[in-house]
Design a binder for this molecule. Structure first.
Ligand code: AFP
Length: 294
């Protein structure tokens, strides 16, 4: 049984990159243990004006301090922090993260996760420049889904905290699951047409409110996760840097695609750290379908 550590060596991951991945992966145990005593909202808001859960700030502080102490990271951009945190100027890699994605679901014990992307150099780069992307999903198992730009592999954490390979060369099939955020009365004509087409062709609705968990089922079964432009917010809700780029990179590496409805979000060079964009991510055919609607 291959471990995550062995996979990183076999994939010729540069030493510092491998160390950063392992450091973050090792926080899954402490994060899981912290859920029980951090069930509530923290009474603060993040820079997008959203209420922060206690776990948002806990996971953010934990991962940030581990990375700071390591001396291996140049800068960190976190969904939970207003500004980019500058760390070790001579370090090669920078980290983008959503420390706890789907945090409104903690109280109801549905799956949530940690999303991470790693760049060489600074954080404000297009998603197609990622050196690594992965997410830890805290479900019945703790799994870690990763790509170093050479396909996608999924690991599961055993009771000693070691990640064991569950699946390699993961490919997104052309499935029929579909889940869309945004209130229906606020959807655009284009998005209504798209969702109608999919549902008429047998699309099955699945949407939990946790991007990372919703994407994970798309990765396995195929289909599309969407958070579209709405009449109130032309740029949708999800953040390009922390959420969409790492997940989009994984989707593309699994033979799927990610788009803002017109073209790939992986080609967008962010100008702001908390930049939002509409997103459609999943099976290639599902993404081609939204891009074909004018
Ligand atoms: P956070 O829990 O990190 O704030 O992310 C929540 C999220 O960005 C994404 O995980 C969900 O898919 C989406 O928001 C849910 O939004 P709605 O509550 O509007 O459906």
């Amino acid at each position: 049984m291959k471990t995550l550590q062995e996979y990183l060596i076999a994939s010729h991951a540069p030493e510092d990159l491998g160390k950063i991945i392992m450091l973050i992966a090792d926080q899954a145990g402490p994060i899981r243990s912290a859920f029980i005593s951090n069930q509530n909202y923290a009474g603060s808001t993040n820079s997008s004006g959203e209420d922060q859960a206690e776990m948002d700030t806990w996971a953010d502080a934990r991962i940030t301090s581990v990375l700071q102490e390591s001396g291996l990271v140049r800068a960190v951009a976190s969904e939970e922090q207003e500004d980019i945190v500058q760390m070790s100027p001579s370090a090669k890699y920078s980290v983008v993260m959503d420390p706890l994605d789907g945090s409104s679901l903690i109280k109801v014990n549905l799956s949530v996760g940690t999303i991470v992307g790693i760049y060489e150099g600074d954080v404000l780069q297009a998603g197609n420049q990622l050196r690594a992307a992965f997410y830890m999903l805290y479900g019945p198992m703790t799994t870690l889904t990763i790509s170093l730009g050479n396909g996608v592999s999924i690991f599961a954490m055993n009771k000693d905290g070691t990640y064991i390979l569950l699946k390699e060369n993961v490919r997104i099939p052309e499935g029929t699951l579909c889940g869309s955020g945004g209130l229906r009365p606020e959807w655009t004509e284009k998005h209504i047409r798209y969702m109608n087409e999919i549902e008429c062709e047998g699309g099955k609705n699945r949407y939990s409110g946790s991007f990372v968990a919703d994407f994970h089922q798309i990765l396995e079964y195929g289909g599309v996760y969407a958070y579209p432009a709405t009449k109130k917010s032309a740029s949708g809700k999800l953040r390009l840097v922390f959420e969409i780029n790492p997940i989009g990179f994984l989707a593309a590496q699994a033979g799927g695609a990610v788009s803002n409805g017109e073209s790939s979000t992986l080609d967008i060079v962010p100008t702001k750290v908390h930049q939002r964009t509409p997103v459609y991510v999943g099976s290639k055919g599902m993404i081609a379908k939204i891009e074909a609607i004018r």
